[in-house]
Design a binder for this molecule. Sequence first.
Ligand SMILES: Nc1nc2c(ncn2[C@@H]2O[C@H](COP(=O)(O)OP(=O)(O)OP(=O)(O)O)[C@@H](O)[C@H]2O)c(=O)[nH]1
Length: 295
Amino acid sequence: MSALTLPDIAAQLSQQALPLDWVGMCGIAAPLHFDGQVIRASVDAGVSLDDGESRGIHMSRLYLALEAFEHEPLSAALLRRLLERFLDSHQGLSASAFLRLRFDVMLKRSALVSALAGWKAYPIELNAELTDGVFHVELNAQVDYSSTCPCSAALARQLIQQQFLTDFGNRSLSHEAVLSWLGSAQGILATPHSQRSTAYLQTRLHAGVDELPVRALIDHAESALGTAVQTAVKRADEQAFALANGQNLMFCEDAARRLNLALKRLPWIAGFNLRVEHAESLHAHDAVAHSQWQW
Ligand SMILES: Nc1nc2c(ncn2[C@@H]2O[C@H](COP(=O)(O)OP(=O)(O)OP(=O)(O)O)[C@@H](O)[C@H]2O)c(=O)[nH]1
């Protein structure tokens, strides 16, 4: 049978004349060239089906356009060109085109004090859309950090004060005895609870941003929080981490406010939607805060 005789069901008229918002493929494996590495990405590619009379879109045209990822570094311009290609190959059918890329970026992170370093994987999502010539890119990142509860810290300090009165209230103070007491679990008898926490950052990039500021977004968020989770850790690093936590006590509200103020300072961000989740060790549920700006 020749190709000319192959049945083309997508070209038929639809039995229900109804436009669709998004039609395409999800979970396509694609290699991305990004930041000097080749990264495995999962890609969702789609278009709107505005011609409600048409039975289907041309999936293969979208799929084949993605070949460009193999040959060109990832950039906003590349995403836009792909979306233009989606629309060019669906003239008369589609007015909007969409791409979603999910991948992990690996960054090598130095220890806080020692000369060690290790790798961290950050989940990244890029969402791009082209509708009526208007192009948007969203850069989303997931950043893990540690949060120590400020209320729990204050309650623990109060218990330590009470224990101090019990142990030293009726005695004259000796420098040596107090120093030894401060270094004992009997003196510092309570510790605050801490939790591994996650910031989910959704940012919309200004038009004209080409190079995708993935590393800058992650670095900025980690610096605003002050307690990024670590990779290689010796005791000196762990002690520095304990200090960082003590100096950055955070409710989920504090973390959300810090990130809000920090993200607003980034010149390439046109708007954001952020969510922080503190996986509480006090409760079996999470403490969560959201914050938006120009979203
Ligand atoms: N539209 C559509 N196509 C599907 C779906 N599931 C699988 N396909 C297949 O995707 C394949 C590619 O579709 P097209 O891009 O239209 O392929 P084609 O007709 O050979 O290519 P063109 O000549 O460019 O249109 C076809 O074999 C479809 O059957 C679906 O749910 N919707």
